[in-house]
Design a protein around this ligand. Sequence first.
Ligand SMILES: *Cc1c(COP(=O)(O)O)cnc(C)c1O
Length: 394
Amino acid sequence: MHPDPKTKQGKATRIIHNRRHKDSLGSPYSPVYNTTTYRFADTDSLRNVIEGHTQGNLYTRWGSNPTIRELEQGLASLEDAEDALAFASGMAAISATLFAHGRSGIVCIGDLYGGTQELLINHLQPLGIPVTFLLKNECEQLASVLNMPGMLVYCETPANPTLGILDIRKLAQRTHSRGALLAVDSTFASPVNQRPLLLGADFSIHSATKFLGGHSDLTAGAVMASADHVRPIAQWRKNLGQILAPETAALLSRSLRTLPVRVRQHNENAMAVACAMQNHPAIKRVLYPGLPDFSDHSLASQQMEGFGGVLTLELKGGREQAEKVADSLKVFLLATSLGGVESLVSQPCATSHHGISREERERRGITDGMLRLSVGLEDADDLIADLQQALNQL
Ligand SMILES: *Cc1c(COP(=O)(O)O)cnc(C)c1O
């Protein structure tokens, strides 16, 4: 673990011991404040909190709830951020950030999560917000499309399902030189493998439904940024009503305590599966940033501390064979989503990228023979044996 520049403690230590509230009964965990409102001693103290002169708990939808604030402190510490906000979903975190900082125009680079793409095209463009889409290899066009003050550049790295890596440091330089801000959806990496803010990005966004939650049992989102950049997002969250329930916040806080150890094992298992699949005669390509022959491997090695738990297999036999393998797997569950303890398999052309034309998919390097694997925390040997028995049925 990298040490915290302030406390010299590593992420794993901080996330376990960084308690905001010391429980009066001595419990190492804070109680869950399942409350919507808080009592004040007098009108003056109430007014002071409402007007922001003193910090205090006021109303849970505003985010002023001790359980939620404690979660946010943990989220911020994971990425050495000044502040963080928790949301009811990843899409809530993304939409609040785009509304707060993207109204002058949004430039997207590379492949986007389907929900984000829908939000941009079906909802934000019709509201009059200019949105431009650049392919991964069109980054040099940034300077010309960032033609208004106060624009937002938005990207995902690693990307779904090609695992393509974007150079966050370089993008941040190009973005800032045009007076714009950079937001990175870092869901696929998790804060253990990648810390976009330390590479120069202004916002690190997560679907906490994935690795942060880690057990496929909660839906949540997170944004990490400077306090100045967080403040306007909190206003949108408050008035769009995107706060998560305190119970979910407590569940997510519990998950964060095991995040470093879980993600290290996801990394190790995914690497083992990727290596075992590489030379299989039915497989054309294995896309995994940790493989030395992966096109973006050296960039991934520079900016990531681990290569993640997601990989994509491309079958020689195309869509039909990919479907057959998905249907023959027994340990891997056929389901969308990722980042949970159980391994999942999905076919991008039938699920996450179903809404995109085949032509457009191919322009983005997404083929019908692809299978995306979210490698869980089972024994790697069992996962490899499961894939081998499914491939042997072809
Ligand atoms: C799942 C996901 C989202 C959306 O998150 P929800 O929690 O489902 O709202 C956004 N970005 C990426 C990369 C995702 O994988």
